[in-house]
Design a protein around this ligand. Structure first.
Ligand code: HEM
Length: 185
């Protein structure tokens, strides 16, 4: 008997996907904006600590997710036009890259500026590198741009999933939904 190929991602892969989406969104909402002085003023400690803690969770989730992907089986993708396949691949690769680069630029920027990482519970991770303030400030600025970019690209990615579901009427969106949700016939 031929084994049936999976049409959905497994529970672990789906959990990584939705948890990452939620944590990125909340980290974005709590992004500390403004001048360096404003970002690090004591009255904004909670907001910044929450943002940095969530951002580090994104980094940890991304490492674990990439590792898990190596062992997990992938669902069968419905056939699509070549340009669609290439665009989907490019968008997904950009998202993975940003999931790594957004937190890494934040850490590098803060440390080079001479700030420790400040996490919830008052935990601090001191900089292991020497101060290079101007370079750090440029990298921190790049972080804010990349932080905006990940939200825009995730928005395009979500719109594409809705397009697949409602216009192409295929299995793409359903593949990332739990088993108790109905499959397309
Ligand atoms: C995926 C995770 C993250 C996202 C989506 C994100 C997004 C953002 C955004 C959009 C801003 C700019 C806010 C504004 O201008 O209103 C920002 C600023 C900032 N983020 Fe993140 N961030 C993430 C992870 C982190 C991490 C891990 C840290 C830890 C060091 C961090 C530290 C900061 C700091 C210190 C600023 C202020 C930058 C400055 O101007 O000096 N972020 N972030």
């Amino acid at each position: 008997m031929t084994p049936t190929l999976p049409t959905r991602y497994g529970t672990v892969a789906q959990t990584f996907h939705w948890l990452t989406a939620i944590v990125v969104l909340v980290a974005f909402i709590y992004g500390p904006g403004g001048s360096e002085q404003r970002v690090y003023q004591p009255s904004r400690d909670f907001e910044r600590q929450l943002h940095e803690t969530l951002g580090l969770c994104v980094l940890a989730l991304t490492f674990l997710r990439v590792l898990w992907k190596k062992f997990d089986s992938q669902p069968v993708v419905p056939p699509a036009a070549r340009w669609m396949e290439l665009t989907a691949k490019a968008v997904q690769s950009a998202l993975y890259l940003l999931l790594l680069l957004v937190p890494l630029t934040a850490i590098a920027g803060a440390w080079l500026e001479g700030h420790p990482l400040t996490l919830l519970g008052g935990l601090q991770v001191a900089s292991p590198v020497g101060i290079s303030h101007d370079l750090g400030a440029s990298i921190a600025n790049l972080h804010t741009w990349l932080g905006d970019a990940i939200l825009w690209i995730a928005g395009v990615h979500a719109l594409a999933a809705v397009y697949h579901h409602h216009l192409l009427k295929d299995q793409v969106l359903v593949s990332m939904l739990p088993n108790w949700m109905p499959t397309r016939k």
